[in-house]
Write a protein that binds this ligand. Structure first.
Ligand code: ZN
Length: 211
């Protein structure tokens, strides 16, 4: 699933906007119909961004002067990608709930993490391209050259402080594509100088779910 901003309760006061909802076209070859897509504008968005939430809602965020026609074309061009992610969400829904979190709670946890990712992204000016949760065995997160952020679904089971550490760690990779001294220095600024300590703390935790 992916994410982006919006629709969140706490952090999106800065999103001025109008939003409209519409039903997407339904090509005959489509096996999974796309859910309704909402379009929103954000003064902070520098380009079009698609977010797929764990509850399968899809949002396209446009720059302030963005053109709705372009946003629709963008969605069209990303259909197979969107469908792929919707399928993954559905597969994940079939996973057994863990002893600690029901699947519903897990979805809520992911929504909350997305909204904190957006909050930090806006607050510290780390514009990421898109973000998605994955079931991974080894990594807590990653940030690609294109600033696509992958988050491990197991983050949901971590203490809040470590969750935020991971979000900020991946966001810092938007400016630093490595683990240089500059990277750690910058990350330290957002975690009260405890970046290395939190990184060590994180090693104590295991990943529970993988697929
Ligand atoms: Zn890293």
């Amino acid at each position: 699933m992916w994410r982006s901003n919006e629709n969140q309760t706490n952090y999106n006061a800065s999103y001025n906007t109008h939003r409209l909802t519409e039903n997407p076209p339904m090509p005959t070859t489509q096996t999974i119909p796309l859910p309704p897509i909402s379009y929103t504008r954000s003064a902070r968005a520098s380009r079009l961004r698609i977010t797929i939430r764990p509850n399968k809602t899809i949002t396209v965020t446009m720059p302030k002067n963005g053109n709705i026609g372009e946003a629709k074309k963008f969605i069209q061009s990303k259909q197979s990608w969107i469908k792929k992610h919707l399928q993954k969400i559905e597969q994940r829904e079939k996973l057994q709930p863990t002893p600690d979190l029901s699947s519903e709670e897990l979805i809520k946890a992911q929504e909350n993490l997305f909204s904190r990712l957006d909050y930090f992204s806006d607050k510290y000016n780390f514009p990421y391209n898109r973000a998605v949760f994955r079931c991974q065995k080894t990594k807590w997160g990653s940030c690609s050259d294109k600033n696509n952020i992958n988050l491990n679904i197991n983050i949901a089971f971590l203490p809040r402080e470590l969750q935020d550490y991971i979000l900020l760690h991946e966001l810092c990779h938007i400016r630093h594509k490595n683990h240089s001294k500059e990277f750690w220095n910058e990350l330290d600024r957002y975690v009260g100088g405890r970046a290395k300590q939190l990184s060590k703390e994180l090693r104590k935790y295991r990943m529970r779910m993988s697929a």
